[in-house]
Write a protein that binds this ligand. Sequence first.
Ligand SMILES: Cc1ncc(COP(=O)(O)O)c(C=O)c1O
Length: 395
Amino acid sequence: MSLTRRRLFQRLVTPDANQLNPEVVSDRGREARVGFAEQATPAGAKVVRISSNENPLGPGQHVLDALVGKFPEAGRYPFNATQHEGTLPAAIAAKFPGAKAENVVMGAGSGEILTNAVRAFTSAAKPLATPWPSFENPTDTARKIGTPVRQVKLTDRLQIDIEKTIDASKGAGLVFFCNPNNPTATVHGKATVADFVKRVRAASPDTIILIDEAYHDYVTDPNYSSAVDLALSTPNVFVTRTFSKAFGMAGLRIGYAIGHAPTIRRLNDFKLPYGIGTPHIAAMLAGLNNPAHIEQERKRNTDVKAFTLKAFADLGFTATDSQSNFIFVNLKRPAAPFRDACAAAGVLVGRDFPPYEKTHCRFSIGTMAEMQWAVDVFRKVLGTTTTTASKERRR
Ligand SMILES: Cc1ncc(COP(=O)(O)O)c(C=O)c1O
């Protein structure tokens, strides 16, 4: 590796996982500034961004090596590169028994696929059914194209309400099932998902079922397992996955859908041509072929999450059973003033998630050092901000 390339790496990666690297840290959480909530920070300020559910360490060295190694080919279109985009579906399919390239479609992030699914499968006459709150992309897309949206409230335990979602799916073009669900981090087990799919198909045979597994790699619940095998064998079902979370490549924009070939073909019709850059293709393949790195990331996340949940519990606040790299905490007060106070102290936390914005806040899991710093800030802010209950008592 040339000296120049090594210098580039030094700028890109945090040498010690437990060390705060302001350059890297402050480049994360774009979602908090663009598109969702503007959270301005003074230039050069040290900031912990735990607002966008990213992997705080970014990609591993093996991915960075592959990425930089392909920069010389960046002048080539992805279809002319030595590792071209057309080979990616087969590379993904090889990881799932029984899957073929025709079962996979790539996207510039799984977000592209969620958008395309709404465009492909819904219309003014064929609504979108979705739990609420859940990841907003399908709802936002549906509203833009004039598709009616049936939002289904979560249960009291902040889980997706299976019965009500099945009801809402009747006659819908698409049902969105986010597992684990963002922002609540709750998950449904394999048997429940299989039963849900069976019953939606019986109640509404033409409805397409989208199971979003963006946070699959972080789940530790033994009752959970992926629905990919179900999607491969069941018409009208597909799963979306992303390289943005455990793989640490949110900035590279790579995701995919996997499922029954005719459904995948319809998604292909809406696909952005050459949406994945030439060096990014190499990075994705390097990440895909290093499962040990993902295992390590899952363990790291589980440990730091336990520390963070305990810190909140010690302060008297409870969270849902998180099966992800973020936690949804009942702060017993509106999220907005809490978020502003944290931002003023350099810690950026999740956006509002109506109808829970008056009580709950979402926190992504950063590095241990980031969370230790963040917890100190939370302790101070929670000691000073006024709770809804105490405000009401004063009225
Ligand atoms: C549940 C869920 N699905 C999909 C996405 C989109 O991710 P990307 O477009 O980066 O793959 C996100 C992003 O936060 C998410 O939380």
